[in-house]
Design a binder for this molecule. Structure first.
Ligand SMILES: Cc1cc2nc3c(=O)[nH]c(=O)nc-3n(C[C@H](O)[C@H](O)[C@H](O)COP(=O)(O)O)c2cc1C
Length: 166
């Protein structure tokens, strides 16, 4: 049976919230999904689909533990999705990590770049909005359905549009 991993690093908690929403969306499809902080050094080799994410720190750096785990892994035959929360200049860095994983043999399935508004976000005090959480949930759900080759049932589709349920 296929399995998914949501692997994240989050100094201030915003990316962890997004990781939890992605996990919620992916696991709701019935796909076996694990959520793990990079500090736990989960084994990427055990999974078919891996979401990797972090905040963006200090002139566009992705978390080094997430990057190190990504660089150790063999990506042949695996799907990868990259996500980040950031204060304004994160999108290009998400795309760069995605391109690197593709270069390492991963099948890149999607990216999610969430800009948190205001100065607070630039100093790590931003919080994802309800809309961000809905986007992240739907992102996780879509990638999981793509992996298992199914579409949401009609009644599920309706509840998904209504939004993310905590
Ligand atoms: C030390 C530090 C450096 C940061 N540098 C950047 C940056 O270069 N570009 C950017 O867009 N956001 C930057 N930010 C904002 C964070 O990326 C943003 O707050 C993110 O949501 C943090 O994720 P986390 O709560 O999961 O740690 C920085 C935040 C901190 C605390």
């Amino acid at each position: 049976m296929p399995k998914a991993l949501v692997l994240y690093a989050s100094g201030q908690g915003a990316s962890e919230e997004i990781a939890r929403a992605i996990y919620g969306g992916a696991s709701e499809t019935g796909l076996e999904t694990n959520l793990a902080s990079a500090a736990l050094a989960p084994t990427v080799a055990d999974y078919d689909l891996v979401f990797l994410g972090s905040g963006i720190y200090g002139f566009g750096r992705f978390d080094s533990k997430v990057l190190a785990l990504a660089r150790q892994a063999n990506w042949q035959g695996k799907r990868a999705c990259v996500f980040a929360t950031h204060g304004g200049r994160g999108k290009a860095h998400v795309e760069a990590v995605a391109a690197e994983l593709e270069g390492r043999g991963a099948r890149l399935c999607g990216t999610l770049s969430i800009q948190l508004p205001g100065l607070a976000a630039m100093i790590g005090k931003g919080k994802p909005s309800e809309t961000d959480m809905v986007r992240a949930f739907a992102f996780g759900e879509k990638q999981a359905y793509d992996l298992i080759g199914r579409r949401p049932a009609k009644d599920q589709e309706k509840s998904r549009i209504k939004g993310y349920r905590k």
